[in-house]
Design a protein. Structure first.
Length: 217
């Protein structure tokens, strides 16, 4: 866990979902693989060619953007697959219940945190996939709202989803804290906007958030 900045007054925590509220490498890989498989089919190329095209674009993009990372949806968009199509593919191909299960420890932590602040999720999956993930984890009742790839047709990092998280919870930007596992996607822009930011290595770090945010309780 890396604490980049904490708000002086915390009103809203904005969570990423994938690899933040759960840790499951097989599921994360599956999400990429099924989309690449569909991309290969649409393009009429092999899966290996699709992977090479995808990886090469991300590598070159990173080189020309100071080592930053680009999201999968923005990569597909650059390769000619509109965000709307990525939303449709993800809704069709991704099923959280095939990989995840209820997490009682996460539920307990989020239940405690929601007593002190609003909890929101901003995900690069469609909001429906995000809600299914939360339901599978058993924490859907802890989260006020899910803002997804389909909400604005934009993939993180983009300002609109984070601004919407603040708006929906009645918080000022500086009263929000973004928690996620990817600095360039989940943390850098919120910090630039004035939010707080915590970079996590997975759900085990989320388990410790109460101690970090409220050390005197």
């Amino acid at each position: 866990m890396k604490i980049c900045r904490l708000p002086e007054k915390l009103k809203t925590i904005v969570f990423d979902i994938d690899s933040t509220l759960y840790t499951n490498g097989a599921y994360v890989s599956h999400q990429s693989e099924v989309q690449l498989r569909r991309f290969a089919k649409v393009r009429g190329i092999s899966e290996r060619e699709a992977r090479t095209m995808f990886d090469n674009y991300r590598r070159e993009w990173s080189k020309t953007h100071g080592g930053q990372k680009i999201s999968e949806s923005n990569t597909f968009a650059a390769l000619g697959i509109p965000i709307e199509t990525s939303v449709a593919w993800r809704n069709e191909l991704i099923e959280p219940a095939d990989f995840l299960s209820r997490d009682e420890k996460l539920f307990a932590v989020l239940q405690t945190l929601k007593k002190s602040c609003a909890l929101v999720c901003v995900t690069n999956n469609p909001s429906g996939v995000g809600r299914k993930t939360l339901s599978t984890l058993g924490v859907e009742g802890c989260i006020e709202t899910v803002i997804g790839l389909d909400t604005f047709g934009k993939s993180k990092p983009a300002r609109e989803p984070f601004e919407e998280a603040a708006r929906r919870t009645g918080a000022k930007i500086e009263e929000c804290l973004s928690v996620g596992d990817r600095y360039d996607i989940d943390i850098a822009l919120p910090l630039e906007m004035g939010m707080g930011g915590i970079l996590v290595d997975g759900v085990s770090d989320v388990y410790e958030l109460e101690k970090v945010l409220y050390p005197h309780k």
